[in-house]
Design a protein. Structure first.
Ligand SMILES: NC(=O)c1ccc[n+]([C@@H]2O[C@H](COP(=O)([O-])OP(=O)(O)OC[C@H]3O[C@@H](n4cnc5c(N)ncnc54)[C@H](OP(=O)(O)O)[C@@H]3O)[C@@H](O)[C@H]2O)c1
Length: 235
């Protein structure tokens, strides 16, 4: 069912990786704060269930999107603008990890990880810039503590360093457009990211609150980075 885009002027947040963990928690926090949300990931049924929970078609749009697919990313943005009329913020959050040790992961898994974490985030950035330019909006990217300090044998850490660089590169490139850029750099978070769920970790909602903090600052304040660890995390 199609919405009348003029029916609401509430701001619109697009989130990739919204079917789980940090993305889903951010969607819940944002919806509670009055944002309309566009929920993107590959697991459409989970996105649809979350969209229903967050108020249905007037408030939340579920879009199947594999972030490694440029056409899918363009389609995601077209749907979002078509249904809601605008995108005020985009959170490039989709990603996954892998085992440490350069001998311990397969080349195929590395390829998927680099394509998702780095190329996928770059495609999201590229796809949303026109809409964010129109709205003088806000771009957020999920990097990691692992994007700030190298972890031994971690290709994942390499991908997150690339995302950290992408955030600063985007900030400089978008200077003068009014678009703000925020890097979210969590330490360990208890999500399905881990096969064996960690103890003494952050909860996804802890990171969601950090995202909402950056989003709720006034337009002249650009929170460039938020690095947040669980108190129990040393490194
Ligand atoms: N958990 C941590 O300790 C931690 C710490 C620092 C940073 N991070 C980062 O936080 C982000 C979210 O992770 P999480 O902890 O919330 O893990 P999660 O619960 O496993 O969520 C990962 C999300 O990414 C989506 N995704 C994966 N591949 C995708 C693809 N090709 N296209 C579209 N969506 C894709 C997944 O959805 P589908 O499978 O449905 O596509 C899912 O919604 C990631 O970038 C991760 O690297 C996590």
């Amino acid at each position: 069912m199609s919405n009348d885009p003029s029916a609401s002027t509430d701001r619109v947040l697009l989130i990739t990786g919204a079917s789980s963990g940090i993305g889903a928690a951010t969607a819940r926090r944002a919806a509670a704060a009055g944002w309309r949300v566009v929920l993107a990931a590959r697991s459409l049924e989970r996105l649809q269930a979350l969209a229903a929970e967050l108020g249905g078609a007037q408030r939340a749009l579920a879009v199947r999107c594999d972030v490694t697919d440029w056409q899918a990313q363009q389609h995601m943005v077209e749907l979002a603008v078509g249904e809601f009329g605008q995108i005020d913020a985009a959170f490039a959050n989709a990603g996954f990890g892998g085992p440490r040790g350069f001998q311990n992961d397969t080349p195929e898994h590395w390829r998927e990880m680099v394509l998702t974490n780095v190329y996928g985030a770059a495609l999201t950035l590229r796809a949303v810039i026109p809409a964010l330019t129109a709205s003088r909006g806000h771009l957020l990217l999920t990097s990691s503590v692992a994007g700030r300090r190298a972890l031994p044998g971690s290709m994942y850490s390499c991908t997150k360093h690339a995302v950290t660089a992408m955030g600063e590169a985007a900030r400089q490139d978008l200077h003068g457009t009014g678009i703000r850029v925020t890097l979210i750099e969590p330490g360990m978070v208890d999500t399905p990211f881990f096969e064996n769920r960690p103890t003494s970790a952050l909860q996804a909602d802890d990171v969601a609150r950090a995202v909402l903090f950056a989003l709720s600052e006034p337009p002249h304040v650009d929170v460039n980075e938020i690095l947040v660890r669980p108190t129990a995390q040393a490194g």
